[in-house]
Ligand binder design. Structure first.
Ligand code: BGC
Length: 878
């Protein structure tokens, strides 16, 4: 019997998903060794058996000789609505077979448009359009189940946001479903198993609908077509529900949305908006409305309409992943209570409210406080972030169709002083599993990583947003482009990126321009698109997904659009220096570098911004090189050669145009050197020279960074690559502005948008753009993982089949420890320095290998196969 156990079986990255519409879903498992210390354990073969209920074999792969454990396509022909179970067994390098794994399952959704019998329904369309937050629509349908239900699945979607219940009990735990896509092109549906909620006889399906991204306010609304602030995709929310009940005789009964449903706007959610918040009047609750026996004859009949294409949701839903209790409550002015959760978080509050009927209680949310102890809300711009609750006696309030970015909640309207237990903070976001645990001997560095992780969670609400609080909250591509690798260390981003990269492709302009943010609610042929470093995320993010998850399907799906983007830039810039067509409004460039400082009079000015032509051409070369690699992965040899040549020609043009013989790059900026080094744009003889200029460029800033969001992590990595990790450690340990330590020391529990978001003696930066929950500068997480823990994926053995372990101690650290749960299993790295010895422990999961480089002078890289390793070497800290 083999010592291998196949474990953690997943389908399309998800555990036992319900409602898939991928016709060839991919399976994966991880291998656990019964003897973890035994080395060189490999999977030589596997066998998968896929069954349809109850026991019909749909596909038996037979014994397949392969080390592959992920991205294995199901070969069986899969049918709509069907529940499948599967298991796997493996053979090790000695051809010893394992036991069969425990069974996993997946349930197909509705694969054909014709599978949908349900109609989109909503309230009868009003003549008068209101520019204010509308009440939620409530809908219900009573129906009778004739047989005895054996299994029931409900497929649901909305144009807007929905919550549905069956017999008064909430279905699922998703928040802000069906999430944000380009609703002109597609909307996601969710499928829930409701077998335990249904019974024979009378049942009631009910739902509430809010405007959400579809019909409510969106960020940058000032740019909306026609200047309206609401209704970017449509004005009237719609719901679609298809409940399929299989009874004991294997007959199916189906309940669908149609004009027999009843609708009303008289429910308790009197006004609701994603950005502005919710007004809940508890006195308007309608007893029994979501249960059998309620008289709905006074409600209106629903109106049917058409809707966009429905697709199954591929990513983990938005869910509450944590609750927080406030740490303290203050009363800066009489009757105004401010709760402090001690953490800048994203979600909403759950509040116990016991005041007299009719009392209105207001909850206002903010990230930071003013010096007088009151909320600072100027940086929210037009997002009101305020919930109101009108009491009907004792109750618990929790909003439904909104979300807020906050650390502080101000409560007014209460008759008596509240207690800390009255409020709970509910943290929610796309529930991608946590994959990374980082720790080291420096408290500041741990706090920086924790803040990065909070920022990441705060900006994953089905799209990777810039910020979660002001009236913006858009999937800005430049931010995730630079943050993607950090995000991947911290959380399993595979399913999330699968979903979002479709949003990116949906927003590509006809001429090949990628958008600057996705979803892009405006006309994709106008407005925000084609900006260097932002649009390039359409190439760079899929590549990161490939490198970390071995996901060739993402590469396949992104390839054509990535080529179109490169062709677009090339077509307009035949001389290979990117001067033309660099975005619609202006080039963002190395955004928020220190040239944008306004409150630090002594800080050097005008030496930080990378000249735009240098910056843009660097991205042109980098993205072209990635497209060449994508072509090679997909075995499109002709294109691989063509893009390889183009990339090389762009690099030559870059050097010729911008780089002097002594390695000086036009502009002489930290950011410019970092980009050129990081994107490998320079011939080898110029690299050390450019690196010396990078070091010199720190001097005018007294050893600080001057970089913006696009070059910061690249500077950290390049300083380390050129042998000056001491300087990188000095930067990560700084507490003076600009530094991560400055944010943390000044109350930051998440990453700030700007290095100078708040300045001692100067106060807050310009409220027009000053978020305290922006992950772009947190891209330094990638450097921390790669340098302090020392873990890097290997693009030649994608999906962590082979990886590097190369910790570089510094900054006075005496130990560090990291765990990364890769798609092929849990990797652990721990090191410590004691006396003059560096000791390293590494766990390399079964069926993977690693190259370990000890940080001692003269030590050579060692390649190891799976197992547990302890290495020691003499070490003399500098
Ligand atoms: C966002 C950024 C974004 C930028 C484009 C800002 O308003 O918050 O994070 O990348 O616009 O330059």
């Amino acid at each position: 019997m083999s010592i291998l156990i196949p474990d953690r079986l997943r389908c399309e990255y998800l555990f036992d998903p319900v409602g898939l519409d991928v016709t060839k879903p991919r399976l994966s498992w991880e291998l656990i060794s019964k003897e973890p210390t035994r080395s060189n354990i490999r999977q030589r073969s596997y066998q998968i058996v896929l069954k349809r209920d109850p026991s019909t074999i749909v596909w038996d792969s037979g014994k397949i000789e392969s080390e592959e454990t992920c991205q294995i396509e199901c070969a069986g022909l899969l049918e709509s609505r069907t529940h499948y179970t599967w298991k796997v067994r493996v053979w090790d390098e000695n051809d010893e077979g394992s036991e069969w794994s425990a069974s996993a399952s997946f349930t197909m959704g509705l694969l054909q448009a014709t599978d949908w019998l349900a109609k989109w329904i909503g309230a009868p369309v009003e003549e008068v359009w209101r520019e204010t937050a509308p009440p939620a629509l409530i809908l219900r349908k009573a129906f009778t189940v004739a047989g005895i239900p054996k299994r029931a699945i409900v497929h649901v979607s909305a144009l807007g946001l929905y919550e549905i219940s069956l017999n008064g009990e909430r279905v699922g735990d998703h928040i802000l479903a069906p999430e944000w896509t380009d609703y002109h092109k597609r909307v996601q549906y969710q499928s829930y198993d409701v077998t335990s909620q249904i019974h024979s006889g009378e049942n009631v399906l009910s739902g509430s609908l809010g405007p959400g991204w579809y019909a409510g306010r969106l960020g940058l609304s000032a740019f909306s077509n026609g200047g309206g602030r609401r209704g970017f995709y449509g004005r009237y929310p719609r719901l679609i529900v298809q409940l399929e009940i299989e009874n004991a005789n294997s007959e199916t009964e189906t309940v669908v949305t149609d004009c027999s449903w009843r609708v009303s706007t008289d429910g308790p959610i009197r006004a609701t908006d994603l950005l502005d918040g919710e007004l809940f009047d508890a006195r308007c609750q309608i007893p029994g409305w979501d249960s059998p026996g309620f008289d709905d004859t006074k409600w209106k009949a629903a109106e049917e309409s058409l809707g966009p294409r429905l697709v199954a949701q591929p990513n983990e839903p938005i869910r509450i992943t944590q609750t927080l209790q406030p740490l303290s409550v203050s009363e800066p002015t009489k009757g105004t209570y401010i709760f402090d959760f001690g953490q800048n978080m994203v979600g909403w509050i759950r509040a116990k409210v016991n005041d007299a009927p009719g009392t209105e209680i207001r909850f206002r949310y903010a990230e930071v406080l003013n010096t007088d102890g009151g909320l600072y809300r100027d940086n929210l711009r037009g997002a009101n972030q305020e919930d109101r609750y009108i009491c009907d006696g004792a109750g618990v309030f929790e909003p439904h169709f909104t979300y807020h970015g906050f650390r502080y909640v101000e409560v007014t309207g209460l008759a008596t002083c509240p207690s800390l237990n009255d409020l709970t903070g509910c943290v929610f976001h796309s529930s991608s599993p946590v994959t990374g645990a980082f720790n080291c001997s420096a408290d500041l560095l741990n706090r920086i990583m924790t803040a990065i992780q909070w920022t990441q969670r705060g900006n994953m609400h089905s799209t990777p947003t810039d910020c979660p609080q002001r009236d913006e909250r858009l999937g800005w591509m430049g931010d995730i482009q630079v943050f993607a690798q950090t995000a991947i260390y911290n959380m399993d981003m595979a399913a999330f990126f699968t979903k979002w990269l479709q949003d990116v492709r949906d927003a590509q302009a006809d001429d090949g321009r990628f958008p600057d943010f996705a979803p892009h609610p405006y006309d994709s042929n106008s407005r925000f698109s084609g900006n260097p470093g932002w649009a390039d995320a359409g190439v760079i993010v899929p590549w990161r997904a490939y490198v970390n998850y071995g996901d060739t399907r993402i590469v396949e799906e992104s390839y054509a659009s990535a080529k179109r983007w490169i062709e677009y830039v090339h077509r307009h810039n035949p001389n290979l220096i990117w001067l033309e067509k660099r975005g619609a409004l202006f080039v963002y460039g190395d955004w928020l570098n220190v040239d944008t400082f306004t409150k630090l009079a002594d800080f050097p000015k005008g030496q930080a911004q990378v000249p735009i032509e240098v910056y843009a051409t660097a991205f042109f070369a980098y993205s072209t090189q990635i497209v060449a690699k994508m072509a090679a992965v997909l075995k499109d040899q002709e294109a691989a050669t063509r893009y390889e040549r183009l990339a090389s020609a762009i690099r030559d043009a870059f050097v010729q145009e911008f780089v002097t013989e002594d390695g000086k790059i036009r502009g002489d900026t930290q950011g410019g050197y970092s980009l050129a080094l990081h994107f490998d744009l320079l011939p080898s003889h110029l690299r050390p020279k450019a690196a010396r200029h990078l070091l010199a460029a720190l001097e005018p800033f007294h050893g600080h960074l001057s970089t913006g969001i696009q070059t910061t992590v690249r500077a950290m990595i390049e300083l380390t690559r050129c042998g000056r990790s001491d300087l990188a450690f000095d930067l990560i340990s700084k507490r003076t502005i600009p530094s991560w330590g400055y944010m943390i020391e000044n109350g930051g529990t998440t990453m700030w948008e700007r290095w100078d978001g708040w300045v001692e003696g100067g106060g807050f930066q310009d409220p027009v753009m000053n978020s305290f929950n922006h992950y772009a500068i947190g891209s330094v997480g990638e450097w921390m993982w790669k340098t302090i823990i020392g873990l890097s994926p290997d693009e030649n053995a994608p999906g962590w089949k082979h990886f590097r372990v190369e910790p570089i101690p510094g900054g006075g650290l005496t130990w560090a420890s990291g765990e990364y749960h890769s798609i092929r299993g849990l990797i652990k790295v721990t090191w410590r320095i004691s006396k003059n010895e560096f000791e390293l422990d590494v766990v390399v999961p079964p069926n993977t290998s690693a190259t370990i480089q000890m940080p001692t002078n003269g030590s050579k890289p060692v390649r190891v196969e799976s197992g547990v390793y302890n290495l020691k070497s003499e070490f003399h800290p500098k």
